[in-house]
Design a protein around this ligand. Structure first.
Ligand code: PEP
Length: 266
């Protein structure tokens, strides 16, 4: 459960799944499953593929669900064939943009230095970046997860002012916990979240650091979401496979809402 001064936030990325026509079905399944939940106590985001963004913006129009892109380019416009800009995401109805997902780093060679440029471009355009951070299994095994996280965080946020931090969401997603059967253990997650917030405080001051929401992602499902959402260090959850149906995502939204400082306990 997050500190009282931070709104819980829960979201999902659809990755390369779903066509525009699927957005309406997904949204109505969510709406039906959450009709008895007070959604005013938290923020919810869905990150569809680019082609489904306008359809998703329309489908979620009646719900407090923001949409976002799964990636973007750092330039405002120009000769960047195949890329998409922050302004284009806004034009399609986005509030958020996901940056540095482990699959972007692994399969497309993205670096944290280029993510840094994207973070700045997103903020300039008025988008909230959801910045994924996470150590590799090797870093974990060598007991240097915090070191790896510090380096990632300091790189992607370098050049920002403390006032920018309130617009940023950090998604702690250990790479070894994505797409597998078990999430990281609650105590491990709590320790990494504490470390990330300590690095933020050291760089930007305690007050600014307190404004950042840090959410956990990596094999979250209906069985482990409750204990993860209850951690005081965790401001929300970022969900992949469990949220590939509207009903599945709704189960996690319900759990995070119940752990809002303003919501009822589950
Ligand atoms: C992800 O890919 O960011 C993710 C969290 O996926 P999953 O929940 O399926 O592990």
């Amino acid at each position: 459960m997050p500190a009282a001064n931070r709104r819980p936030i829960v979201g999902t990325g659809w990755k390369m799944n779903n066509l525009a026509a699927d957005a309406a079905r997904y949204a109505s399944a969510m709406q039906a499953a959450l009709s008895d939940v007070d959604l005013s106590v938290l923020d919810i985001f869905v990150l569809p593929p680019f082609t489904a963004l306008p359809a998703a913006a329309a489908a979620f129009g009646d719900m407090p669900v923001a949409i976002g892109g799964q990636n973007m380019h750092w330039a405002e416009s120009g000769a960047w064939t195949g890329e998409i800009s922050a302004a284009m995401l806004k034009d399609a109805g986005c509030t958020y943009v996901e940056l540095a997902h482990a699959e972007r780093l692994k399969h497309f060679g993205e670096t944290y230095e280029c993510v840094r440029l994207k973070v700045m471009a997103a903020l300039r355009a008025g988008l909230s970046p959801i910045i994924c951070l996470g150590e590799s299994s090797e870093d974990k095994d060598l007991d240097r997860a915090d070191e790896a996280l510090s380096l990632q965080l300091v790189t992607v946020l370098s050049g920002l002012a403390p006032t920018h931090l309130q617009h940023i969401v950090l998604a702690y997603e250990p790479r070894w916990a994505i797409g597998v059967t078990e999430a990281a253990s609650p105590s491990y997650v709590a320790a990494r979240h504490r470390h990330l917030r300590a690095v933020l405080a050291e760089r930007f001051g305690r007050d600014a650091a307190e404004t950042v929401r840090i959410i956990y992602g990596g094999s979250v499902n209906r069985d482990n979401a409750m204990v993860l959402a209850a951690l005081p260090e965790v401001d929300g959850l970022f969900v992949g496979r469990q949220a590939w149906t509207g009903e599945g995502f709704a189960e996690i939204v319900r759990i995070v809402a119940a752990h809002s400082p303003k919501g009822d306990k589950a």
